[in-house]
Design a protein around this ligand. Structure first.
Ligand code: 1GP
Length: 255
């Protein structure tokens, strides 16, 4: 039941170490500027482009952005929806996520049920994922009605991650929130890594090489980078991050 995109990502993680994904928020970007950003991300060596946003409710906008990005890159374009309005038939896959620490069942199972038939109709590859908000989580914390896991309580995050594993979820996303000033703590990532067998995504507030390296060393499989892509000349930092966390084939990861 594991689809081609997920299979390839798993192979790359085994072979290369930590991967980087570029996250493009579908709001406030024209399709052509989104495509340019995605193209630059690909040139920097990222492994996939995520398209989404916790307040993205304009499905036509999401769709035209996905279509435009698909024409410009060869790496997978994966939906990262905050709601059913984030689905586009032109994407390669969707992070089929359940916001496990929400107080609102809509974000845990109901949106998923509402979207499921469309995903089947569009033949989108669904990648099952437990979405966990750490701390206040910014917009997603607010919109998703989460009870944020306290960043200084890694054991709580590991309990959720293990529960996700026992429920058959092959990935877990430790989300600090887009644009936050401090990313998910490294000791929380390493505790989850020591207990959870699947793919670990980490995102929120990753803007520098040091932050990315720290989280990669702590055990993140995939680093999701969004806000950095809105900065002028982001490509030099992104390139350095990719090179450091994912060295060229045949070389082992250093320091
Ligand atoms: C948000 O984790 C992602 O869902 C990315 O966060 O925008 O802070 O990079 P940033």
């Amino acid at each position: 039941m594991i689809g081609p995109v997920e299979k390839q990502l798993r192979r790359d993680i085994t072979k290369l170490g930590t991967l980087c994904f570029g996250l493009i928020d579908s709001q406030g970007l024209t399709p052509s500027s989104a495509a340019r950003t995605a193209e630059t991300c690909q040139q920097c060596g990222v492994s996939a482009i995520l398209v989404g946003g916790s307040t993205a409710i304009d499905q036509l906008e999401v769709h035209s952005i996905v279509k435009s990005i698909k024409k410009s890159v060869t790496i997978p374009v994966i939906l990262f929806c905050g709601n059913v309005t984030g689905i586009s038939p032109d994407a390669d896959a969707i992070l089929f996520s359940s916001l496990l620490n929400s107080d609102n069942p809509y974000f845990i199972t109901q949106a998923q049920a509402l979207g499921a038939l469309a995903i089947r109709k569009y033949q989108l590859e669904a990648i099952p994922l437990a979405y966990l908000v750490i701390g206040d989580g910014g917009s997603v914390g607010f919109v998703g009605r989460t009870r944020g896991i306290p960043p200084k309580k890694p054991a709580l995050a590991s309990m959720y991650a293990l529960a996700a594993q026992y429920m058959g979820m092959r990935s877990v996303y430790l989300e600090g929130g887009s644009g936050v000033t401090s990313h998910v703590p490294a000791d929380l990532v390493s505790l989850v890594r020591s207990l959870y067998d699947g793919t670990i995504f980490v995102g929120g507030g990753i803007r520098t090489l040091t932050q990315a390296t720290t989280l990669a060393k702590a055990g993140a499989d995939i680093l999701v980078i969004g806000s950095l892509l809105e900065e002028e000349g982001f490509d030099s930092t992104l390139k350095q991050i990719v090179r450091k966390v994912q060295p060229p084939k045949g070389r082992s990861r250093t320091g």
